[in-house]
Write a protein that binds this ligand. Structure first.
Ligand code: 0WK
Ligand code: 0WK
Ligand code: BGC
Ligand code: BGC
Length: 908
């Protein structure tokens, strides 16, 4: 034994000489940062090939989907049996997961060695009987014959979470009759053959996934799993949109990279040394798992042995002598390396012991050289692992479009755990290769068994949560029968609104507008138009030219209506309106001009003639006092008089739906319906005079402003109203009013979504049950977010940035998918309800005219939705074209003024 004092004196300079000699000899094993960066870039390319549907079949790195779509969030719970077939051992575990406040995991397990003859025997007989025997002992001891979800993990292709086809054996395994087979049914068969217990195999995962999930339970940032043990491999949470092998773009799924096969297509040929080729040639699977053979524990010791043999043969070691032991494959175990590299002096002592046990006659130099060889081989392994890990980290960073990525890697495996320097070297090189990633390495304390239990617990949690979410969302999903029912009910209310007898009680008021036809192109002149909509006030100069020059030119200015004006006194509101008109006339240099004026006023008004409108009630955000029951034309004129700044030649007042219909009718004479879906919603259409009992005369047509926003105010929609509709109504300006509008229009959709999100969060179905203060704020989830999020091509990360804007900074990718689903469901219901109402309208027009087939155009305005699909389905005999109004209804108001001026219609 070399005395330690002796060692100390000799070491330093002797050590450096020998080390230098070895460094020179093993230059090809020492990879520069540039080379490692290049390996990282090559691996990233391989990842893309594996993810891509076309190149996957030929890709060396298979990027296998795992069907694990989410990591633990701490609410998981249940009892599970876990089977963990790892590199070196087989474990059977009983895992108890206590979620929520307790948040702890209790485990009982037993570890079994896997005899060589089992590893190399035939799969069906030997393997399964052996395992089932072991399972039985744990199972019966723990729980007796009850059904417990079982986890089983190895490297194979997963087609669904419990159907597993083994791609190829790796490491020391070579059982016959298993590759290409579904290992779950093999296990089920063996258990059935035994017949003394039964287990319910719920999920099968790879050990990297187990490691990620095990660590994910304690650190929710964990989205990568790394194994450096007998074999090596990594998995990570990839964006579904990059997983071309599977359908669906939303959310994430864990991908098992199977990076052990990196290089099997020659991608590492320039870096593999002769020693690597010798290892591969002598392995169970030549040409396969080439990257693994440069890194993992099954091969590291052998790499060192082959180098020592070569150096001995080249007289660089052991005075050129070798021994039968040294020449024996596998005689230099990787465990030796852990001891040899323990620390300089102790390590040297271990080196001496290992080499003496190999029958070698040796010197201090030989020990120092051997120690250096171990260092070089294990350092290369750590650095190569860092290079491929860096590629995975960059992929995740780019997926998140994050400046700086902060993430956690769950690690397991005997090399990472037992090698004294491996983890430090790995961390250091990762930091050097991806300095913009803040990476935490979390060593798995309990092996993948716990993680495997997590997968099932998470799968159960996801399934339970999904079922609960769908149960709630189903209350917002309408069937065709329900939509047909809505159509019938709207139709019934239309008839009640038109009839003198039932008009008062009808919720849909069917207000006559005194607009008797659509423009015919003869309109001509300059007009002033005012357009008080839902979200803004416009003043327009509209120049209508008839004949050949048939066109409309417009100059307009848009003014906002501050909340305090909307909800102040009527006088303040109309003063504000007059102030804007004055500003516009100033801006247009038309102060002295007195042009005929048309006023679009988008609120329910009873009209007895075109230039008068009694406001029935305010809707949307308006609440100005002293207006309801008043003639708003008079209120405007009073305000003009108060201002004494200009005069108005008031001609017509129309609802915005009428303005929109007329505006679109100017381009498309078939436009006989006006639809607004904006802050509020409403429809008008050309009705037969004979059906409008409130107005004298049966000839011809008149446009009727349905004010359909109020449909449901007499309970017609109660059986469709959800808890969320009731919440929105209760906190609105007019509880119990405008019920249909509150299920369709822009002022309310965001609020419905916000209330659903709050309910989901309160039930722990979203945002991990953590509600942000901002989300509690009424109106914070604007409807514009809904339409943005709903937009198909909007990537999840944009959804996330909207959620971040709402103070939901810790929302996950899954949360974004769910928020998008809620937006889609709420928007779709609004579109369908609107479509059902419109189907009632166009069907009425068709029946009014005894037509089998009606072709009609609907002029549309407002910032929200399209309803084609439902309308086509519920009114198949009507061919409806939607004409988006580009110029707003102000133009319509001007055209009506023009028609009135040309006294083509009676004012009343
Ligand atoms: C412990 C895990 C097991 C994994 C093993 C890898 O529980 O699933 O396969 O680590 O390390 P090895 O046993 O190959 O060193
Ligand atoms: C633009 C029209 C206006 C109408 C508005 C509705 O010119 O008359 O009231 O659309 O959309 P909102 O402003 O409510 O989104
Ligand atoms: C297998 C992987 C496994 C890794 C670590 C490799 O040989 O192919 O599926 O994750 O070893 O155990
Ligand atoms: C009003 C209607 C208007 C609609 C669209 C509703 O709140 O009652 O008059 O047409 O909003 O702006």
């Amino acid at each position: 034994m070399l005395a330690s004092s002796l060692l100390a004196t000799y070491c330093t300079e002797l050590h450096d000489d020998q080390a230098h000699k070895v460094d020179k000899y093993l230059q090809c094993f020492q990879l520069s940062d540039e080379t490692l960066m290049d390996v990282s870039i090559r691996f990233r390319r391989e990842m893309d090939k594996g993810l891509c549907r076309d190149t996957n079949p030929t890709a060396a790195v298979k990027m296998l989907p795992t069907f694990v779509r989410s990591t633990p969030d701490g609410t998981e719970q249940g009892e599970f049996l876990s089977l963990d077939l790892g590199g070196a051992t087989f474990r059977v575990l009983l895992v108890k997961v206590m979620g929520n406040d307790e948040q702890k995991v209790e485990m009982e397990n037993q570890i079994y060695a896997i005899p060589e003859h089992i590893m190399r025997g035939s799969g069906s007989e030997v393997g399964s009987i052996h395992y089932t025997q072991l399972i039985c002992t744990v199972h019966n001891k723990a729980v007796g014959a009850c059904h417990l979800p079982v986890l089983y993990m190895y490297e194979f292709t997963i087609t669904q979470i419990d159907k597993i086809v083994l791609l190829s054996w790796t490491k020391g395994f070579r059982l016959s009759g298993v590759e290409g087979k579904d290992v779950v049914s093999l296990l089920r068969e063996s258990i059935k053959k035994r017949g003394d217990f039964d287990i319910d195999i719920v999920a099968v995962i790879n050990d990297t996934v187990g490691a990620m999930m095990t660590c994910g339970y304690d650190d929710h940032n964990c989205e990568i799993g790394l194994i450096v043990g007998t074999g090596t491999n990594a998995c990570y949470m990839e964006q579904m949109r990059n997983l071309e092998l599977l359908d669906g773009d939303e959310g994430r799924m864990c991908v098992n990279t199977e990076w052990g096969a990196f290089g099997d297509d020659g991608a590492l040929e320039d870096l593999r040394t002769d020693i690597d080729r010798e290892i591969d040639a002598g392995s169970l699977n030549p040409g396969k798992q080439l990257f693994e053979k440069m890194i993992s524990g099954m091969y590291m010791g052998e790499l060192v042995r082959l180098i020592l043999v070569r150096m001995a043969k080249e007289q660089l070691l052991f005075q050129g002598k070798t021994t039968a032991e040294l020449l024996t494959t596998g005689s230099f175990s990787t465990n030796y390396i852990y001891a040899i590299e323990n620390d300089k002096l102790e390590g040297l002592a271990s080196t001496e012991k290992v080499l003496r046990d190999l029958g070698l006659d040796l010197s201090l130099e030989d020990c120092i050289v051997t120690q250096r060889v171990c260092q070089i081989v294990s350092t290369r392994a750590a650095h190569l692992c860092a290079a491929t890990l860096a590629a995975v980290l960059r992929q995740i960073r780019d997926n998140k479009a994050a400046e700086k990525l902060r993430t956690t890697i769950g690690v397991d495996g005997s090399v990472y755990k037992n090698h004294p320097e491996f983890s430090r070297r790995l961390h250091k090189m990762v930091r050097r290769l991806v300095p913009d990633c803040d990476v935490r390495f979390l060593q798995s304390q309990y092996g993948s068994g716990k993680g495997a239990a997590m997968v099932t617990a998470v799968a159960y949690r996801l399934a339970t949560q999904h079922a609960e979410r769908q149960r709630i969302l189903n209350t917002l999903r309408l069937s065709r029968a329900q939509l047909l029912d809505v159509k019938e009910r709207v139709r019934k209310e239309m008839v009640r609104g038109l009839s003198k007898q039932t008009h008062e009680q009808a919720s849909v008021k069917m207000l006559p507008t005194y607009v008797r036809s659509t423009p015919d192109g003869t309109e001509h002149g300059d007009f002033l138009a005012l357009d008080l909509g839902g979200s803004s006030f416009r003043v327009l100069l509209v120049q209508v030219r008839s004949g050949k020059r048939h066109k409309v030119d417009m100059h307009q200015k848009i003014y906002s209506i501050p909340q305090e004006i909307m909800q102040g006194t009527g006088e303040e509101l109309f003063n504000h309106i007059v102030h804007c008109i004055s500003d516009f006339l100033e801006y247009m240099g038309m102060k002295g001009a007195s042009l005929p004026l048309g006023f679009t006023f988008s609120f329910p008004c009873h009209q007895n003639r075109l230039d008068q409108g009694i406001l029935l009630k305010w809707t949307k955000g308006f609440k100005a006092t002293g207006c309801e029951g008043e003639d708003v034309v008079m209120l405007l004129k009073d305000a003009v008089r108060r201002k004494q700044d200009f005069d108005l030649n008031f001609v017509a007042m129309v609802n915005d739906t009428v303005g929109t219909m007329i505006s679109c009718g100017y381009e498309d004479p078939k436009c006989e319906v006006g639809l607004i879906v904006g802050t509020g919603t409403n429809v008008c259409y050309m009705e037969d005079m004979k059906n409008i009992e409130l107005v004298e005369g049966d000839d011809g047509h008149m446009c009727v402003n349905m004010e359909w926003g109020a449909f449901g105010d007499s309970g017609e929609l109660d059986d469709f109203c959800t808890q969320f509709d009731h919440m929105v109504d209760a906190s609105s300006n007019y509880p119990g009013k405008q019920r249909y509008e509150k299920m369709i229009s822009g002022m309310y959709l965001g609020e419905i979504v916000r209330n659903v999100l709050i309910d989901f969060t309160a039930k722990g179905l979203l945002f991990r049950g953590k509600l942000s203060e901002r989300l509690k704020t009424r109106g914070i989830f604007e409807t514009k977010f809904l339409s943005q999020i709903e937009r198909d091509h909007l990537a999840m990360r944009q959804v996330r940035s909207i959620l971040q804007h709402l103070g939901l900074t810790s929302s996950t990718c899954d949360d974004s998918v769910l928020v998008k689903e809620v937006c889609t469901v709420v928007a779709r219901r609004a579109a369908q309800l609107c479509g059902a109402g419109l189907a009632a309208v166009v069907e009425k027009i068709r029946e009014n005219r005894n037509l089998n087939h009606l072709s009609v155009t609907v002029g549309v305005d407002g910032a929200v939705i399209v309803v084609q699909e439902t309308l086509q389905d519920l009114a198949p005999q009507c061919q409806v074209t939607f004409h988006k109004s580009e110029d707003g209804s102000g133009k319509g108001a001007a055209l009506i003024t023009a028609v009135t001026e040309s006294s083509r219609w009676p004012k009343k």
